[in-house]
Design a protein around this ligand. Structure first.
Ligand code: 13P
Length: 254
């Protein structure tokens, strides 16, 4: 079986300020030391990317944008391009987050274009998918995951798959405290890996990391990580405080 290194990422969303962002990454950096058993990343608000980039330089902590524009450059007020993320040294970008899809109306087609532009600029993409509570209760979880994943990956060549991480984030679990059970998450992750296998073959699919996101906390991360197809966590609220995020970075083992 392919070894997939655990990957823990903090999506700060529209939170923290310059000072608390830098303090938080300093705590993370100190805690992580030179450990290489887990990959760690943060997704700060765009205005703090440069500063956070400097604060993590020389450490194993990586950072990325929470979104990018599907266009290369030009008259797109308020947008940030993939080239700009790359220019400030970001290795990563988060795309298709449920808040982008549901609050800002991003469609599968838009997310697909963003994935293409981001890969074109050398970024690694964390592609988020997940169903709403209505979709789950209507028995549509797999249909929604299939639609979002196949659209998001539709322009991605097999050779670019090492730069793709999938994040399964059921919308009903985000910020609600209603974490998916390990069984629910495991079922969705297994389904997503099966889809990736159908698209790219088992060899590629077995190397793709699939993160779980939605009310991950220090006391539930270990049971989630014990599920074979769960390769890490994408953490919102609990990534904002060192006392919560550091134990999550340890995968709840200490
Ligand atoms: P919470 O951890 O706050 O539920 O947020 C999850 C999320 O949306 C991460 O991208």
């Amino acid at each position: 079986m392919t070894h997939r290194k655990p990957f823990v990422a903090g999506n700060w969303k529209m939170n923290l300020d310059r000072r608390s962002a830098v303090d938080l990454v300093a705590r993370m950096r100190e805690h992580l030391g030179s450990r290489t058993d887990v990959d760690v990343a943060v997704f700060p608000p765009a205005v703090y990317l440069d500063e956070v980039g400097r604060a993590v330089a020389g450490s194993p902590i990586r950072f990325g944008g929470q979104n990018c524009c599907d266009e290369e450059a030009g008259a797109f007020t308020g947008e940030i391009s993939a080239a700009m993320l790359s220019d400030v040294g970001c290795p990563l970008v988060l795309l298709g987050h449920s808040e982008r899809r549901h609050v800002y109306g991003e469609t599968d087609e838009l997310v697909q274009r963003k994935v293409g532009v981001a890969l074109g600029h050398g970024l690694e993409v964390v592609l988020c998918v997940g169903e709403t509570i209505e979709e789950r209760e209507g028995g549509k979880t797999e249909e929604v995951c299939r639609r979002q994943l196949t659209a998001g990956l539709s322009g991605v060549a097999e050779g670019d798959m090492p730069r793709i991480t999938i994040a399964y984030e059921p919308v009903w679990a985000i910020g609600t405290g209603h974490t998916a059970t390990p069984a629910q998450a495991g079922e969705a992750h297994g389904y997503l890996r099966g889809l990736a296998s159908g698209l790219y073959g088992e060899g590629v699919a077995s190397g793709v990391r699939i993160l779980y996101g939605g009310s991950v906390k220090p006391d539930n991360v270990a049971e989630l990580m014990a599920v074979p197809d769960i390769d890490g966590a994408l953490v919102g609220g609990a990534s904002l405080k060192a006392e919560l995020f550091l134990p999550i970075m340890d995968l709840g083992k200490h």
